[in-house]
Design a protein around this ligand. Structure first.
Ligand code: ADP
Ligand code: MG
Ligand code: MG
Length: 213
C-alpha cells in the first residue's frame, strides 16, 4: 500500500478532530436553534473515534482506502445521530475511490468526493435547498471537480472548493429546513445556518491544511 497516501489520510483525520474540537460548542449552539443541540457532541465523538481508528490502521500497515474504511465505521458507530451515519458514508465512499495501492491523484480524489456526495444524498434523501450538509457538500464537490478539470493541482483545487463550501454553508442561513430534526422548527432557523453544513465547511478547510502540509 501507499504509505504516503495513508499518512496524508491520517493527518487529515487528525486535522478534522482538531477543528471539530475547537468548534464543538458553536456547532451545538447552531444545532440547538432548530434541532436538538447535539451536533457538536456527536461530531466530536465521531471525529475522535475516526482519528484513533485511522492511527491504529496505519500502525497495522493499512493503505489509505482501508484506513478510511476503518475511520468510517468508527465515526458512524461512536457519533450517533444523522450526521454520524452520513460522515460514515462520506469516509467510506472516499476510501473506496482512493483504494490502497497508489498515491491518488487530484482526479481520483474528486471522483471520490462526487461519490461521497451521491452516497449522502442516496442515504439521507436530501437534495440541495433542503438546508442540510448537502448544501455545502454538493457545491464543494462541484467546485473541486471544476478546478481539477481545469488542471489545478489537488491542493489548489481543494482550497478553491473549501472556499465555495464555506460560502455555501453561510448561505444556508437563508434556507428553510425541509428534512431532519430541524423541520418542525423551520421558521426559527431562518437567519441561522445549518449545523451540518457549517461543520462540513470547517472540515474541508481543515483538510486543506493537512494536504498543504
Ligand atoms: P441529529 O439531527 O440526529 O441530532 P446531528 O445533530 O449530528 O444529528 O446532525 C444534524 C445535521 O445532519 C443537520 O444539520 C444536517 O446538516 C444533517 N442532516 C440531517 N438530516 C439529513 C439528511 N436527511 N440528509 C443530509 N443531511 C442531513
Ligand atoms: Mg442534532
Ligand atoms: Mg440528535
Amino acid at each position: 500500500p501507499s504509505r504516503a497516501a495513508a499518512r496524508t489520510a491520517l493527518a487529515a483525520l487528525e486535522a478534522i478532530e482538531t477543528t471539530i474540537r475547537a468548534h464543538a460548542e458553536e456547532l451545538g449552539r447552531i444545532d440547538a436553534v432548530a434541532g436538538d443541540g447535539d451536533h457538536g457532541i456527536g461530531m466530536r465523538r465521531g471525529s475522535e473515534a475516526a482519528h484513533v481508528a485511522a492511527r491504529q490502521a496505519l500502525e497495522r500497515g493499512a493503505g489509505a482506502g482501508t484506513l478510511l474504511h476503518h475511520a468510517a465505521d468508527a465515526w458512524a458507530d461512536r457519533a450517533g445521530g444523522t450526521s454520524g451515519a452520513l460522515w460514515g458514508v462520506i469516509l467510506r465512499a472516499l476510501g473506496t475511490a482512493l483504494g490502497d495501492t497508489e498515491r491518488p491523484d487530484a482526479h481520483a480524489v474528486s471522483v471520490g468526493v462526487d461519490a461521497a456526495a451521491d452516497g449522502v444524498m442516496r442515504l439521507g434523501k436530501a437534495e440541495t435547498g433542503d438546508k442540510t450538509m448537502v448544501d455545502a457538500l454538493v457545491p464543494f464537490a462541484d467546485a473541486l471537480s471544476e478546478a481539477v478539470g481545469q488542471g489545478a493541482p489537488l491542493t489548489a483545487a481543494w482550497d478553491t472548493a473549501a472556499t465555495a463550501a464555506d460560502a455555501a454553508a453561510k448561505a444556508t442561513a437563508e434556507l428553510l429546513p425541509r428534512l431532519g430534526r430541524a423541520r418542525p422548527h423551520a421558521e426559527k432557523s431562518l437567519g441561522t445556518p445549518d449545523a451540518g453544513a457549517v461543520s462540513l465547511a470547517l472540515i474541508v478547510r481543515a483538510v486543506h491544511g493537512a494536504l498543504a502540509a
